[in-house]
Design a protein around this ligand. Structure first.
Ligand code: DWN
Length: 435
């Protein structure tokens, strides 16, 4: 496996150059006023997390004294189709050209995506068929397709990670997926029997261009499998830390169906999975409308009123309660003389620490198993990121589980810490909203 750190360092200079040019722009330059799914105007703000640094723009020690980019983090609702989305668009080239999230960093997620690929390729990919994954990252999911009679192609703009995918034998185009690229893939490699897009559709500003790409790339009897976090659970569990600039859209079923139908794609099936705080796996095919089971999701969303601002008032209130409770918890532990470390340096962690203004006085460092993140610092609050071995050196009394969606895997890894009486808590401390 190629050394993650060296490649990320090498490409960092592009980030700095881009950041200095973007830094001269104003908030008005980044604001989007029309809905990404139905194009209607009149988005309404339902939560404001303030000025936030890009969640994965980790800092090297030499960057700590430099000014940092921050962008408005305003969550808005389309009253027309119910799509929840960010009000401001940070340039994708700043966020995704050099990337520090690796699918392989989680065994559980690697297994989750292997299951998706196995089931979907058996169902939709004939001998010699082509599987294209959008946002293929380090090739973990595509590499799990063991069939020798299926062709695979990854598409991912992160040059530092695309090199790793190629090194493990997954051919990868290091570009953003667009209609133009889709036409080129179809011309050169033929139509795709299966197109997979996991945790990527929400990252894309021009959803019309991507859906046009799906339409021209997909074989007549093929399928598109899209996985995205489910808005209903983000709201139910107050998962405000999954809101950051990489995630432009927060999908419910109805707005996704609206978008797909506008491009001649039928939303045939929706399945729920518990990963990443609650995820929906959507299967689309050429056609129109939605499958019968999908309509039940839409009816439930309509009963909840997810397309009305008042449905988000309990969510916003829980977010404020969680912030107050988390800071109080950390202050109490400090008063008791307890040592607390963060665990995981996920994008979510950047949001929690910056929104709650948790500095090194309350949380001196965070632990993360990703080699490319170790030695770097959390954006905005600057905690150093240490390898898991630091647990033995530092011997914390408690850990704040910033990567709470990996709790099982992390608790297994840190069984000795738990057995010795170590405390584990998450940023979401207050009761479930609306229950
Ligand atoms: O949508 C996205 C999701 C799917 O992944 C991307 N925009 C970015 C990324 O979000 P994230 O950074 O919040 O993802 P994770 O998977 O929650 O990040 C977990 C972090 O925790 C990683 O940096 C790895 C680390 N980790 C660890 O230190 N020990 C993870 C496990 C399982 C562990 O045992």
């Amino acid at each position: 496996m190629l050394p993650q750190q060296a490649l990320a360092d090498h490409l960092r200079h592009d980030y700095d150059a881009l950041a200095s040019s973007i830094g001269t722009q104003s908030e008005a330059d980044w604001e989007r006023k029309s809905c990404r799914a139905c194009l209607a105007d009149g988005l309404v703000e339902i939560l404001n997390l303030g000025q936030m640094p890009p969640a994965n723009s980790l800092l090297r020690p030499q960057d700590l004294s430099k000014p940092e980019l921050r962008f408005p983090l305003s969550l808005r609702l389309c009253g027309q189709c119910g799509m929840v989305q960010l009000g401001h668009v940070v340039p994708a080239s700043l966020l995704f050209r050099s990337y520090l999230f690796f699918t392989s960093s989680s065994r559980a997620m690697s297994e989750h995506f292997a299951g998706l690929m196995s089931e979907a390729s058996d169902r939709y990919v004939p001998p010699g068929g082509l599987v294209v994954e959008i946002g293929s990252n380090d090739g973990t999911a595509l590499a799990s397709i063991r069939r020798r009679d299926a062709r695979v192609l990854g598409v991912d703009p992160a040059r530092n990670i695309a090199v790793m995918a190629a090194a493990r034998g997954v051919p990868t185009v290091s570009e953003f997926f667009t209609e133009t690229l889709a036409r080129e893939i179809a011309r050169v490699a033929g139509p795709a029997s299966l197109v997979v897009a996991c945790n990527v559709l929400g990252h894309i500003d021009d959803l019309d261009d991507v859906c046009k790409g799906f339409k021209v790339l997909l074989a007549p009897a093929g399928a598109i499998v899209i996985e995205v976090p489910y808005l209903g659970e983000l709201v139910d569990h107050g998962e405000y830390d999954t809101i950051y600039h990489e995630h432009l859209s927060y999908f419910a079923v109805h707005p996704l169906a609206t978008l797909l139908n506008r491009h001649g794609l039928r939303l045939e099936k929706v399945e729920h999975f518990g990963v990443h705080g609650g995820t929906m796996r959507c299967t689309a095919v050429h056609g129109d409308g939605v499958g019968p089971d999908v309509q039940k999701w839409i009816d439930r969303e309509s009963e909840r009123g997810l397309n009305r601002p008042q449905a988000y008032l309990p969510f916003a209130a829980k977010v404020a309660r969680d912030r107050t409770a988390l800071v109080a918890q950390l202050q109490e532990l400090k008063k008791q003389g307890k040592k607390v470390l963060g665990y995981g340096a996920p994008a979510k962690g950047t949001v929690v620490l910056n929104y709650c203004k948790i500095g090194a006085d309350l949380l001196p460092a965070v632990i993360d198993s990703t080699p490319a993140k170790q030695g770097w610092h959390v954006p905005g609050t600057h905690q150093p990121i240490w390898p898991p071995e630091a647990m033995q050196r530092e011997r914390p009394d408690a850990i704040l589980l910033l990567a709470w969606n990996h709790a099982d895997e992390i608790k297994r890894r840190e069984a000795a810490f738990i057995a010795s009486g170590g405390l584990i808590f998450t940023p979401h401390l207050t009761e479930e909203s609306g229950k």
